[in-house]
Design a protein around this ligand. Structure first.
Ligand code: DHB
Ligand code: FE
Length: 278
């Protein structure tokens, strides 16, 4: 039986790609951020997941404002990265686990999540850079299943709905007959706002409370509607929905094996957690 061996939640910021390209991992600005991933890579080399379900939001590479699915699941044999205009190098393609993709899709639709299915799909920085932080050689020893949650164009799915999507992903994996070790990787947040009067907004108190709730009170953030989340975490801070979905997939209780919080990376409060179901 397939099983979820852990969840990793991390911020994603295009500038990380520039720092990787320039080899700035030990630069004083970047070191507190990159060092956060060292224990994660140790854990990965011990646990060796076979497949990664990546929960992220596309920022206009694969979906644009003309067609914006609330939830979309990739079912492609391969996913390529492409230039988004940030000036960062693209990464090698990822191999899709199409069988697990279709199983997830069938299970989620049976669970009344009405999805967009993507048999061709490009993946943006929110997918590629967290993967490059986990596997810096970019040789990708895992297959992938991308799951997109819209946090770009209103209306967004609620926090409660995203947590439930994660729970449904957890159920789907536990019903999969394969013997894969599955990692769930959720990328986005934490607090940041890239535009408007509050551009640069960061809310450390909220972020730390939210990170704590991922272990101690996993539905805490589902009390907030989208506007309250924007107020607390910023217009792009709503990307924390990916963390909630990841947490939902991990089951009722988890232990945190590692966490890191560092302000700022570019305009973003960067958070990182490694959670193990117990
Ligand atoms: C930044 C953060 C993001 O989440 C993103 O998608 C793009 C840019 C930033 O802080 O620069
Ligand atoms: Fe983003």
């Amino acid at each position: 039986m397939a099983r979820i061996i852990g969840g990793i939640t991390t911020s994603h910021v295009p500038a990380i790609g520039g720092a990787i390209a320039k080899g700035l991992q030990n630069d004083p600005y970047w070191k507190p951020f990159f060092d956060g991933f060292i224990p994660i890579r140790h854990w990965l080399s011990e646990t060796r997941p076979d497949v990664v379900v990546v929960l992220y939001n596309d920022h206009g590479l694969n979906f644009f404002l003309d067609k914006m699915p609330t939830f979309a699941v990739g079912a492609a044999p391969q996913y390529t990265n492409a230039d988004e205009g940030w000036g960062i190098p693209t990464v090698p393609p990822f191999t899709g686990d199409t069988e697990l993709s279709w199983h997830l899709i069938e299970s989620l639709v049976a669970d009344e999540f009405d999805l967009t299915t993507c048999q061709e799909m490009t993946v943006d920085h929110a997918f590629t850079l967290p993967m490059a932080l986990l596997w810096p050689d970019q040789a990708w020893p895992v297959k992938v299943v991308p799951v997109c949650i819209n946090t770009v164009q209103a209306p967004l799915p609620s926090a409660k709905r995203c947590h439930r999507l994660g729970e449904a992903i957890g159920r789907a994996v536990s019903r999969w007959a394969g013997d894969e070790k599955v990692l769930v990787l959720g990328t986005g947040g934490l607090s940041h706002q890239l535009d408007g009067e509050r551009a640069g907004f960061i809310n450390k108190d909220f972020d730390l409370k939210f990170m704590d709730s991922m272990v101690s009170d996993p539905t805490w953030a589902t009390q907030f509607d989208t506007y309250q989340l924007v107020e607390q975490a910023g217009t792009q801070g709503v990307e924390l929905l990916m963390w909630l979905a990841t947490r939902g997939a991990l089951g009722p209780s988890v232990r945190a094996l590692h966490s890191n919080y560092h302000i700022p990376i570019s305009n973003t409060a960067s958070g990182l957690m490694l959670l193990e179901p117990v």
